[in-house]
Design a protein around this ligand. Structure first.
Ligand code: AMP
Ligand code: ZN
Length: 501
């Protein structure tokens, strides 16, 4: 692992790339808004979580200790008509809201595993932090920045904007008047002093199912509050990086900042990182607009938008080919090109790892190819150091790939590349593919499975022969040895089968 190196991160707060300076040298606290678990994640959600996975992986790779917190929203995220998404999902499926939350949390984890993302260090749930949220409401009330109406508590936006000049609007970059007019008319609008005020605690209505006692009413916390409360709990009042999709800038993140100031008097995060949207037919992929592709549809080739199935790693590579701050339009052609690119880069890696050059051919001096490869390695790192530009890093690897192919088909003499440069290229190539980009060699997984199948067939054949010859010693030895490695053999009517525990 290399030491932490100079890194530039585009900070939404300043609207430009900034030299990254963590609060504690060598350590990073990163909070990313997680999914609302009332339905399956769509590919747009996956793009955002894969982008943060690449950021997390790179920070780890360059030597930081990262505490990565990504929450699960399982209460309080209301639809435009003011209904809690979990409750709505529960009514539709005739389930308990927590059954809905559990089902889609499991589905989300499965999908994140399929995309080969690393789990966060902490994954707190909103419903597991009601006490912390109630405490935060009280802190905001104590500082005079919220008021009570009929058991609900509202954040007083105009008062906050007056006391903390320039803060409200700092995430979305919009001026106050625009934010005031953009605030949607939601339920309980008539209770508020100002349309821009937002609920941090809501008194339950008869139809609400997820409710808790509080000093003000039986009710539930406002959606924005959970992230303020949980990021503070696990990362402190001010931490390094706060992330999410750029559709969350307003109102979610703007209100989060206001709440943190309201409760603690300080800004929650030094760097705000926002990923751009995955588009379908030029429009944001969005569940509420019915404009989505599910990852499963893509993997099984059942989406009406694609002509065939694409593997999870081809899809991940497709996402990696665009910088996280650019929009990305999902098309069949784009996926096909990505699939080709993914297979090619994996094949290049296999060729590279098998290349051998003879150290005796070298006098220790640097060849032109050595210099070119070394500078491509630097370019790959420079791309990632420049606001995690995976597209540039991939382009540099592909250029390295042309050296690999030339060496492998002898267009380039092996004496043209020094063994230490070849070794470095091997390490860098596989580190980028597997550790930083989070790709997996799908063909390797397939062949491993095939190898196991083949070996098991052979072992069971030997066991069958032994049994035919009444050689019980060999037969038992095979069964016991397999059992010791967690494989059980069953003799059934249909023949012999085996299973791994
Ligand atoms: P949600 O479950 O709606 O709260 O969304 C979870 C995450 O996915 C948030 O960070 C959103 O910003 C992000 N997201 C939603 N739609 C898209 C999209 N079309 N492209 C990329 N990210 C998205
Ligand atoms: Zn959030």
């Amino acid at each position: 692992m290399t030491e932490p190196r100079p890194l530039k991160i585009y900070n939404t707060l300043s609207g430009k790339k900034e030299e990254f300076r963590p609060i504690t040298p060598g350590h990073i606290g990163m909070y990313v808004c997680g999914p609302t678990v009332y339905s399956d994640v769509h590919l747009g959600n996956c793009r955002t979580f894969c982008s943060f996975d690449n950021i997390y992986r790179y920070l780890l790779h360059i030597g930081y200790k990262v505490r990565y917190v990504r929450n699960i929203t399982d209460v309080g995220h209301l639809t435009d008509d003011g209904e809690d998404r979990m409750t709505k999902g529960a009514k539709v499926a005739q389930l308990e809201p927590m059954e809905v939350a559990q089902r889609y949390t499991v589905g989300f984890h499965d999908m994140m595993r399929i995309f080969n993302t690393l789990p966060p260090s902490i994954e707190p749930r909103a419903t597991g932090h009601i006490i912390e949220q109630i405490e935060m409401v009280q802190q905001i009330l104590d500082r005079g920045l919220a008021y009570e109406r009929n058991g609900s508590i509202y954040f007083n936006v105009p008062k906050f904007a007056g006391e903390y000049a320039g803060v409200y609007g700092s995430v979305s970059g919009r001026i106050l008047e625009d934010l005031y007019t953009e605030t949607r008319e939601l339920k309980s609008q008539e209770e508020k002093n100002h349309p821009a005020d937002f609920a941090i605690w809501m008194k339950a209505r008869p139809q609400d199912l997820m409710i808790w006692n509080s000093p003000w009413s039986v009710g539930f916390p406002g959606w924005h509050l959970e992230c303020s409360a949980m990021s503070t709990k696990y990362l402190g009042k001010t931490f390094d990086i706060h992330g999410g999709g750029n559709d969350l800038k307003f109102p979610h993140h703007e209100n989060e900042v206001a709440q943190n100031h309201g409760a603690c008097g300080c800004h929650p995060a030094n760097y705000w990182v926002h990923t751009n949207m995955l588009l379908l037919n030029g429009k944001k992929m969005s569940k509420s607009d019915g404009n989505t592709i599910s990852p499963t549809e893509l993997f099984t080739g059942t989406s009406e938008h694609t002509s065939k199935a694409y593997s999870p790693m081809a899809v991940r590579f497709f996402m990696l080919m665009a910088h996280y701050r650019s929009t990305l339009d999902i098309t069949d052609d784009g996926l096909m090109a990505a699939e080709k690119g993914f297979l090619k880069i994996m094949e290049t890696n296999r060729l590279l790892q098998n290349l051998v050059v003879n150290a005796r051919d070298f006098d220790g001096s640097e060849t032109p190819s050595d210099r070119a490869i070394s500078s491509l390695i630097q370019e790959a790192y420079a791309g990632m150091d420049d606001d995690f530009n995976t597209a540039i890093a991939i382009a540099s690897l592909n250029e390295m790939g042309s050296f690999v192919h030339k060496l492998s088909n002898q267009q380039l003499a092996t004496s043209e590349v020094s063994p230490w440069v070849l070794d470095r290229m091997k390490v860098v190539f596989s580190t980028f593919l597997f550790d930083i980009f989070g790709l997996a060699d799908e063909s390797a997984t397939g062949s491993d499975t095939g190898t196991v199948e083949g070996l098991m067939n052979l072992i069971l054949e030997i066991r069958a022969q032994a049994r035919t010859q009444k050689d019980w010693g060999t037969s038992d030895k095979i069964r016991d040895t397999l059992s010791a490695v967690g494989i059980t053999v069953k003799d059934g009517k249909e023949g012999v089968s085996w299973a791994k525990a």
